[in-house]
Write a new protein. Structure first.
Length: 191
């Protein structure tokens, strides 16, 4: 896929941005939580996009984190916490259990069915659906883990933070460095 300069372009805004590279998810997450506790909005925080976004925006080249820190064409993604992934996994698994149980319950709750038969139908209908939900939930969690593992293999997890003034720049740099961020610096624009 080649970029067409007439239709493919990146919009820059004149808001400085701090950038840092992290070697593991735990320190990245701690830095993000500290940023948010210090007044940065989650909308000011972005990470590198996944492989598909990279291929779409930058082609099939092999990119390292150091090559993308200050590349305005690097695709961005929002941070998703482990807690949010856990909630999503629970919702997927629970939703499938509920759906299976509801279908079985609707089929069995007739005037002629007994309570024992209805409970058995709900358990039998909900069980396989819960297994399907658990498998799908595990895939969601694994995709999330693979996303970070792939970035670590490519030189680290990139984190960008929009900063509106010098005080915010200094604070962002201090937080990123305080959580073992590497190559922490500020550039004069953001995407």
């Amino acid at each position: 896929m080649t970029k067409d300069p007439k239709t493919d372009h990146t919009t820059y805004i004149n808001i400085p941005e701090a950038v840092g590279v992290f070697d593991n998810f735990e320190t990245l997450q701690a830095a993000i939580y500290d940023l948010m506790m210090s007044g940065f909005s989650r909308y000011d925080i972005s990470l590198l996009g996944d492989k598909e976004a990279m291929k779409e925006k930058l082609g099939k080249s092999y990119w390292q984190a150091k090559d993308l820190e200050d590349n305005p064409d690097a695709p961005r993604a929002a941070f998703v916490s482990e807690e949010a992934i856990g909630e999503l996994e629970g919702a997927v698994a629970g939703g499938f259990f509920f759906l299976g149980s509801y279908i079985a319950m609707a089929a069995m709750l007739t005037p002629l069915s007994t309570l024992a038969a209805s409970i058995a139908a709900i358990a039998i209908g909900g069980g396989p659906a819960a297994v399907v939900g658990a498998v799908l939930a595990r895939r969601v969690g694994q995709h999330h883990k693979d996303y970070y593992a792939d970035q670590i293999r490519q030189g680290g997890i990139l984190l960008w933070v929009r900063t509106t003034d010098t005080a915010k720049q200094d604070l962002a740099v201090k937080i990123l460095k305080g959580h073992s961020g590497r190559d922490v610096h500020v550039h004069d624009w953001s995407e």
